[in-house]
Design a protein around this ligand. Structure first.
Ligand code: ZN
Length: 298
Protein backbone atom coordinates (compact mmCIF):
# COMPACT_ATOMS: atom_id res chain seq x y z
CA UNK A 1 0.00 0.00 0.00
CA UNK A 2 1.31 3.44 -0.93
CA UNK A 3 1.45 6.10 1.77
CA UNK A 4 1.76 9.82 1.05
CA UNK A 5 4.49 11.44 3.16
CA UNK A 6 4.57 14.80 4.85
CA UNK A 7 7.37 17.36 4.92
CA UNK A 8 8.74 17.02 8.49
CA UNK A 9 9.67 20.71 8.61
CA UNK A 10 6.54 22.30 7.05
CA UNK A 11 4.10 19.51 8.03
CA UNK A 12 2.52 19.81 4.57
CA UNK A 13 1.47 16.97 2.25
CA UNK A 14 2.05 17.51 -1.45
CA UNK A 15 3.29 21.07 -2.10
CA UNK A 16 6.37 19.59 -3.78
CA UNK A 17 7.95 19.07 -7.20
CA UNK A 18 8.79 15.53 -8.38
CA UNK A 19 12.51 15.05 -9.10
CA UNK A 20 13.15 11.35 -9.71
CA UNK A 21 10.48 8.67 -10.41
CA UNK A 22 10.22 5.55 -8.24
CA UNK A 23 11.96 2.32 -9.28
CA UNK A 24 11.14 0.12 -6.25
CA UNK A 25 9.36 -3.22 -6.16
CA UNK A 26 8.71 -5.80 -3.41
CA UNK A 27 12.24 -7.22 -3.68
CA UNK A 28 13.68 -3.85 -2.58
CA UNK A 29 12.78 -4.61 1.02
CA UNK A 30 14.94 -7.51 2.08
CA UNK A 31 16.95 -7.48 5.30
CA UNK A 32 20.05 -7.32 3.11
CA UNK A 33 18.95 -4.04 1.54
CA UNK A 34 18.54 -2.48 4.96
CA UNK A 35 21.94 -3.43 6.34
CA UNK A 36 24.36 -0.73 7.22
CA UNK A 37 27.06 0.13 4.71
CA UNK A 38 25.95 -2.39 2.08
CA UNK A 39 26.62 -1.92 -1.62
CA UNK A 40 24.13 0.67 -2.79
CA UNK A 41 21.78 -0.83 -5.38
CA UNK A 42 20.10 2.41 -6.41
CA UNK A 43 16.51 1.47 -5.65
CA UNK A 44 14.46 4.43 -4.56
CA UNK A 45 10.96 5.80 -4.13
CA UNK A 46 9.84 8.88 -6.01
CA UNK A 47 11.86 11.83 -4.68
CA UNK A 48 10.11 15.19 -4.36
CA UNK A 49 11.38 18.62 -3.28
CA UNK A 50 9.25 20.66 -0.85
CA UNK A 51 8.21 23.97 -2.42
CA UNK A 52 8.45 25.80 0.91
CA UNK A 53 11.62 24.58 2.64
CA UNK A 54 13.42 22.74 -0.26
CA UNK A 55 13.78 19.50 1.77
CA UNK A 56 13.96 16.36 -0.40
CA UNK A 57 11.73 13.49 0.67
CA UNK A 58 10.57 10.09 -0.57
CA UNK A 59 6.88 10.42 -1.50
CA UNK A 60 4.87 8.24 -1.62
CA UNK A 61 6.43 5.30 0.24
CA UNK A 62 5.25 1.70 0.68
CA UNK A 63 3.79 0.38 3.91
CA UNK A 64 6.95 -1.41 5.15
CA UNK A 65 7.76 -2.28 8.77
CA UNK A 66 11.10 -0.45 8.99
CA UNK A 67 11.63 -1.37 12.63
CA UNK A 68 11.45 -5.09 11.82
CA UNK A 69 13.90 -4.66 8.93
CA UNK A 70 16.39 -2.76 11.08
CA UNK A 71 16.10 -5.22 13.97
CA UNK A 72 17.04 -8.03 11.58
CA UNK A 73 19.64 -6.08 9.64
CA UNK A 74 23.19 -7.34 9.62
CA UNK A 75 26.26 -5.33 10.55
CA UNK A 76 29.20 -5.36 8.22
CA UNK A 77 32.68 -4.98 9.76
CA UNK A 78 34.04 -2.62 7.26
CA UNK A 79 37.62 -1.56 7.01
CA UNK A 80 36.33 1.98 7.44
CA UNK A 81 35.80 1.89 11.19
CA UNK A 82 39.11 3.46 12.26
CA UNK A 83 38.51 6.36 9.89
CA UNK A 84 34.91 6.78 11.05
CA UNK A 85 35.94 6.82 14.73
CA UNK A 86 38.33 9.71 14.04
CA UNK A 87 35.80 11.55 11.88
CA UNK A 88 32.91 11.25 14.36
CA UNK A 89 35.00 12.27 17.39
CA UNK A 90 36.05 15.37 15.46
CA UNK A 91 32.39 16.14 14.73
CA UNK A 92 31.48 15.85 18.41
CA UNK A 93 34.28 18.26 19.29
CA UNK A 94 33.14 20.68 16.57
CA UNK A 95 29.61 20.48 17.97
CA UNK A 96 30.84 21.09 21.54
CA UNK A 97 32.61 24.23 20.27
CA UNK A 98 34.78 24.49 23.38
CA UNK A 99 32.11 23.40 25.88
CA UNK A 100 33.80 21.05 28.33
CA UNK A 101 31.08 18.38 28.41
CA UNK A 102 32.86 15.10 29.10
CA UNK A 103 30.69 13.07 31.45
CA UNK A 104 28.01 11.38 29.39
CA UNK A 105 27.11 10.69 25.78
CA UNK A 106 24.47 8.61 24.01
CA UNK A 107 24.37 7.50 20.41
CA UNK A 108 21.34 6.42 18.36
CA UNK A 109 21.74 3.90 15.51
CA UNK A 110 25.45 3.29 15.97
CA UNK A 111 25.64 -0.35 14.84
CA UNK A 112 28.10 -2.27 17.02
CA UNK A 113 28.93 0.84 19.06
CA UNK A 114 32.33 1.52 17.49
CA UNK A 115 31.89 5.26 17.99
CA UNK A 116 31.08 4.71 21.67
CA UNK A 117 34.40 2.82 21.97
CA UNK A 118 36.16 5.92 20.69
CA UNK A 119 34.07 8.18 22.95
CA UNK A 120 34.84 6.08 26.04
CA UNK A 121 38.53 5.70 25.19
CA UNK A 122 39.00 9.42 24.60
CA UNK A 123 36.95 11.41 27.08
CA UNK A 124 33.46 10.30 28.08
CA UNK A 125 32.88 8.56 31.41
CA UNK A 126 29.34 7.30 30.71
CA UNK A 127 28.21 6.01 27.30
CA UNK A 128 24.93 4.52 26.03
CA UNK A 129 23.85 3.22 22.62
CA UNK A 130 20.31 2.81 21.27
CA UNK A 131 20.43 0.39 18.33
CA UNK A 132 17.71 -1.87 16.89
CA UNK A 133 19.92 -4.55 15.30
CA UNK A 134 20.54 -7.43 17.72
CA UNK A 135 23.33 -8.74 15.51
CA UNK A 136 25.13 -5.40 15.78
CA UNK A 137 24.77 -5.33 19.57
CA UNK A 138 26.09 -8.88 19.86
CA UNK A 139 29.21 -7.67 18.04
CA UNK A 140 29.83 -4.77 20.44
CA UNK A 141 33.10 -4.59 22.42
CA UNK A 142 32.77 -6.32 25.82
CA UNK A 143 32.88 -3.08 27.83
CA UNK A 144 30.39 -1.33 25.50
CA UNK A 145 27.81 -4.12 25.14
CA UNK A 146 26.24 -3.68 28.62
CA UNK A 147 25.53 -0.04 27.66
CA UNK A 148 23.67 -0.90 24.43
CA UNK A 149 19.86 -0.84 24.42
CA UNK A 150 18.19 -3.00 21.74
CA UNK A 151 15.51 -0.63 20.46
CA UNK A 152 14.59 2.08 18.03
CA UNK A 153 14.88 5.50 19.74
CA UNK A 154 11.52 6.16 21.40
CA UNK A 155 10.20 8.09 24.33
CA UNK A 156 11.26 6.41 27.58
CA UNK A 157 14.18 4.41 26.14
CA UNK A 158 16.62 6.86 27.79
CA UNK A 159 15.87 8.68 31.02
CA UNK A 160 14.85 12.33 30.52
CA UNK A 161 17.54 14.99 31.05
CA UNK A 162 20.20 12.38 31.74
CA UNK A 163 22.95 13.05 29.14
CA UNK A 164 25.28 15.94 28.33
CA UNK A 165 25.85 14.95 24.71
CA UNK A 166 23.91 12.97 22.10
CA UNK A 167 24.88 11.90 18.59
CA UNK A 168 23.34 10.24 15.58
CA UNK A 169 25.61 9.51 12.64
CA UNK A 170 23.97 8.77 9.27
CA UNK A 171 20.72 7.68 10.87
CA UNK A 172 18.53 10.80 10.69
CA UNK A 173 18.10 10.57 6.91
CA UNK A 174 16.81 6.98 7.30
CA UNK A 175 13.98 7.81 9.71
CA UNK A 176 10.35 7.97 8.60
CA UNK A 177 9.55 10.43 11.42
CA UNK A 178 12.73 12.44 12.10
CA UNK A 179 10.84 15.00 14.20
CA UNK A 180 9.61 12.53 16.83
CA UNK A 181 13.02 10.82 17.07
CA UNK A 182 14.79 14.17 17.47
CA UNK A 183 12.27 15.20 20.14
CA UNK A 184 13.05 12.01 22.07
CA UNK A 185 16.79 12.72 21.77
CA UNK A 186 16.18 16.32 22.92
CA UNK A 187 14.29 14.99 25.97
CA UNK A 188 17.22 12.73 26.94
CA UNK A 189 19.62 15.72 27.04
CA UNK A 190 20.28 17.81 30.11
CA UNK A 191 19.69 21.54 29.84
CA UNK A 192 22.78 22.94 28.11
CA UNK A 193 23.40 19.57 26.46
CA UNK A 194 24.55 19.32 22.85
CA UNK A 195 23.19 17.11 20.08
CA UNK A 196 24.95 16.44 16.78
CA UNK A 197 23.97 14.54 13.64
CA UNK A 198 25.92 13.59 10.54
CA UNK A 199 23.87 13.35 7.35
CA UNK A 200 24.29 13.51 3.59
CA UNK A 201 24.27 16.93 1.97
CA UNK A 202 22.14 16.78 -1.17
CA UNK A 203 23.63 20.06 -2.42
CA UNK A 204 27.22 18.80 -2.29
CA UNK A 205 29.17 18.76 -5.53
CA UNK A 206 29.14 14.95 -5.73
CA UNK A 207 25.36 14.79 -5.27
CA UNK A 208 24.85 17.55 -7.85
CA UNK A 209 27.21 15.83 -10.27
CA UNK A 210 25.73 12.33 -10.02
CA UNK A 211 22.09 13.41 -9.60
CA UNK A 212 19.86 10.30 -9.65
CA UNK A 213 22.97 8.07 -9.86
CA UNK A 214 24.27 9.38 -6.55
CA UNK A 215 24.33 6.63 -3.89
CA UNK A 216 22.32 8.91 -1.60
CA UNK A 217 19.25 8.67 -3.90
CA UNK A 218 18.32 5.36 -2.28
CA UNK A 219 15.29 3.58 -0.86
CA UNK A 220 16.90 3.61 2.59
CA UNK A 221 16.88 7.40 2.71
CA UNK A 222 13.58 9.03 3.58
CA UNK A 223 14.76 12.65 3.55
CA UNK A 224 17.84 14.45 2.23
CA UNK A 225 18.98 17.71 3.74
CA UNK A 226 20.95 20.83 2.97
CA UNK A 227 22.73 23.00 5.56
CA UNK A 228 19.63 25.25 5.60
CA UNK A 229 16.96 22.53 5.93
CA UNK A 230 19.05 20.59 8.48
CA UNK A 231 19.30 23.72 10.63
CA UNK A 232 15.58 24.45 10.15
CA UNK A 233 14.72 20.96 11.45
CA UNK A 234 16.89 21.45 14.56
CA UNK A 235 15.25 24.81 15.32
CA UNK A 236 11.80 23.24 14.93
CA UNK A 237 12.70 20.75 17.70
CA UNK A 238 13.68 23.61 20.03
CA UNK A 239 17.48 23.50 19.78
CA UNK A 240 19.32 26.80 20.08
CA UNK A 241 22.86 27.76 18.98
CA UNK A 242 22.15 25.70 15.84
CA UNK A 243 25.22 25.35 13.59
CA UNK A 244 26.15 23.20 10.62
CA UNK A 245 28.97 22.55 8.20
CA UNK A 246 30.46 20.16 5.69
CA UNK A 247 32.94 17.54 6.80
CA UNK A 248 35.40 15.19 5.17
CA UNK A 249 35.61 11.47 5.78
CA UNK A 250 38.72 9.31 5.83
CA UNK A 251 37.76 6.65 3.30
CA UNK A 252 39.63 3.70 1.87
CA UNK A 253 39.77 3.49 -1.91
CA UNK A 254 37.73 0.25 -1.62
CA UNK A 255 34.88 2.18 -0.01
CA UNK A 256 35.01 4.82 -2.72
CA UNK A 257 34.70 2.04 -5.28
CA UNK A 258 31.43 1.03 -3.52
CA UNK A 259 30.01 4.42 -4.35
CA UNK A 260 31.00 4.71 -7.99
CA UNK A 261 28.07 4.17 -10.38
CA UNK A 262 29.40 1.08 -12.21
CA UNK A 263 27.70 -2.32 -12.27
CA UNK A 264 27.23 -4.04 -8.95
CA UNK A 265 28.71 -7.28 -10.31
CA UNK A 266 31.88 -5.52 -11.42
CA UNK A 267 32.22 -3.73 -8.07
CA UNK A 268 31.77 -7.02 -6.20
CA UNK A 269 34.36 -8.74 -8.39
CA UNK A 270 36.96 -6.03 -7.81
CA UNK A 271 36.28 -5.79 -4.06
CA UNK A 272 36.58 -9.57 -3.65
CA UNK A 273 39.93 -9.68 -5.46
CA UNK A 274 43.52 -9.02 -4.33
CA UNK A 275 43.18 -5.53 -5.80
CA UNK A 276 40.19 -5.00 -3.46
CA UNK A 277 42.26 -5.88 -0.39
CA UNK A 278 44.98 -3.46 -1.50
CA UNK A 279 42.41 -0.72 -2.11
CA UNK A 280 40.96 -1.24 1.37
CA UNK A 281 44.35 -0.35 2.92
CA UNK A 282 44.78 2.96 1.11
CA UNK A 283 43.11 5.80 3.01
CA UNK A 284 42.26 9.15 1.55
CA UNK A 285 40.32 12.16 2.81
CA UNK A 286 37.52 13.14 0.46
CA UNK A 287 34.78 15.77 0.60
CA UNK A 288 32.08 13.25 -0.39
CA UNK A 289 29.08 15.37 0.39
CA UNK A 290 28.54 14.88 4.12
CA UNK A 291 27.45 17.51 6.61
CA UNK A 292 26.85 17.90 10.33
CA UNK A 293 24.23 19.83 12.27
CA UNK A 294 24.48 20.59 15.99
CA UNK A 295 22.32 22.36 18.53
CA UNK A 296 22.04 23.01 22.25
CA UNK A 297 19.09 22.26 24.54
CA UNK A 298 18.28 25.55 26.28
ZN1 ZN B 1 9.02 21.65 3.68
Amino acid sequence: MEIATQCPICESFGNAVALYPSNVDETSFSTQVFSARRLPDRRHYQWVRCNSCTLLRSDPVLDVDLEKLYVESTFDYSTEIDGLKKTYLKLVNKALNGKGLRNSIFEVGGGNGFFLEAAKDSQFAKVAGVEPSTEAINAARADIKPHMIASMMKSGVLEDSSFEVGAMFHTLDHLSDPVSTLKDCFAALQSGGVFVVAIHNERSWSARLMKERSPIIDVEHTHLYTLASGEALFRKIGFTEVRSGAYNNHYSLAYILHLIPISRTLRKRILGSFLGSVLSKIKVVLPLGNMWVAGTKP
